[in-house]
Design a protein around this ligand. Structure first.
Ligand SMILES: Cc1cc2nc3c(=O)[nH]c(=O)nc-3n(C[C@H](O)[C@H](O)[C@H](O)COP(=O)(O)OP(=O)(O)OC[C@H]3O[C@@H](n4cnc5c(N)ncnc54)[C@H](O)[C@@H]3O)c2cc1C
Length: 389
């Protein structure tokens, strides 16, 4: 069993932003595996594990976790610099559900025993997690979820189905939202449960997406027995715990970097297609570029709030809407100018940077995950504009 080892890294929060940015840039350029730069799709564990382990050895795997628990202890503004530099270089996401979702939740709500058991296993790559929230009839209305866990002595018996679990075939653990009280108000009867994927009664079925990629899974639970000690936090309080951790996700999903990357690829594609100077294209491009500048400015105002130690207000939902819809408009334009290349599953001329259809497909789910754009608009209507719910 691993033990929690406090970080021995320098205190990067005391560095200037420029110094820290230069350090990240240097580290990435010297260590990131070239063969997985700018991957056209979400990588599986077998592909991204080498980078995960490089980060693990460096002590950079968990930027937001406290240093005494093996994290980098970075403040939000420094975390954003890290993300920006990774995105600039084309660094792939790892299997990061343990790092960005479960870890912070355990740190805040887990027992000492749970922290000792699970945090080091995330840091060492021994436990690979996936997220089991959505169900076939519970996505936006997640609180209506029906997978239930019934207490039998010191064991919960779980029955039900989860779906859209990203990289579920790679995971050896899953964190679930389960119904533990059918009679309570729907948000109040939900608990947070940790389940090893090799428990008898679990069936994992890959779902192949439009990109022919088995990125998702559906997971079935048939009388799955889980120790009661695997509940995190109080029984029936799982909903408020899961929601409390959404703040940083909203700004993470609103980062302009996806759109900035796509716009640079659009310019490259226009050059390759010989239309960069055509007035109709130049007009479209200028509009997209100005919208990107607007998005960057808005993003900057939220980052500045974080730097001042302030919380994120509900209008941060704007960022996710603007970023995802701009990303889609840029990739729509790629399809319009890409000619026959726009229909190719593979990159043009073997160049990952010229892959209009790949980026177009990557942009589609951005308006769905992390709370659909319609739901983000509902949040703004209700919590910012004071409109009736
Ligand atoms: C790339 C990707 C990765 C994902 N990974 C995971 C994962 O790892 N684990 C997991 O648990 N889930 C995951 N999901 C699922 C994701 O959380 C859900 O798809 C999302 O919450 C939407 O739910 P749904 O698909 O059931 O759509 P629905 O909720 O059925 O929505 C269908 C449509 O109706 C609209 N709609 C619904 N309710 C309202 C309303 N009240 N007002 C206005 N419009 C409304 C929606 O905006 C949408 O357009 C992932 C999804 C994607 C695309």
């Amino acid at each position: 069993m691993n033990a929690i080892t406090p970080s021995t890294l320098p205190d990067y929060n005391s560095w200037s932003d420029d110094e820290f940015r230069a350090e990240v840039r240097r580290f990435v350029e010297q260590n990131y595996p070239a063969e997985i730069r700018n991957p056209p799709k979400r990588l599986h564990w077998s592909e991204n594990k080498p980078w995960y382990m490089i980060l693990s050895r460096k002590g950079w795997l968990c930027p937001s976790w406290p240093r005494e628990l093996g994290g980098m202890g970075l403040d939000p503004a420094k975390q954003i610099i890290l993300i920006e530099e990774y995105e600039r270089y084309g660094v792939a996401r790892t299997n990061d559900h343990g790092i960005i979702m479960l870890g912070p939740l355990l740190i805040r709500y887990g027992t000492e025993e749970q922290k000792q058991k699970f945090l080091p296993a995330i840091l060492s790559g021994e436990h690979v997690w996936c997220q089991g929230y959505s169900e076939p009839n519970s996505g936006s209305d997640l609180a209506s979820l029906r997978t239930e866990a019934v207490l039998d002595g010191d064991t919960y018996i779980v029955n039900g189905q989860k779906t859209w679990c990203t990289l579920g075939t790679d995971a050896n653990w899953i964190f679930l939202l389960v119904r533990t009280d059918k009679n309570a108000k729907k948000q109040e009867g939900i608990s947070f449960l940790l389940v090893p994927m090799d428990t008898p009664g679990i069936t994992v079925r890959p779902i192949v997406n439009i990109d022919r990629h088995d990125e998702f899974t559906e997971v079935f639970f048939d009388n799955v027995r889980v120790p009661a000690g695997n509940i995190v936090g109080e029984v029936n309080k799982g909903w408020s715990m899961a929601k409390a951790l959404l703040g940083f996700e909203r700004i993470f999903l609103g980062s302009p970097k996806q759109s900035a990357y796509a716009l640079a690829r659009l310019a490259q594609l226009a050059d390759r297609m010989g239309i960069a100077e055509e007035p109709a294209f130049a007009d479209d491009f200028a509009r997209l570029r100005l919208d990107l500048e607007d998005l960057k400015a808005l993003y900057g105002t939220f980052v500045a709030r974080l730097k001042r130690g302030e919380g994120l207000p509900p209008d941060v939902s704007m960022l996710k809407i603007l970023q995802s819809e701009l990303f889609q408009r840029i990739t729509d334009t790629m399809l319009e100018i890409g000619g026959e290349n726009a229909g190719l599953f593979e990159p043009m001329e073997g160049n990952n940077e010229l892959h209009p259809a790949g980026l177009f497909i990557q942009a589609r789910p951005t308006t769905i995950y992390g709370g659909t754009n319609e739901i983000q608009r509902n949040i703004i209507a209700k919590n910012v504009l004071d409109m009736p719910g």
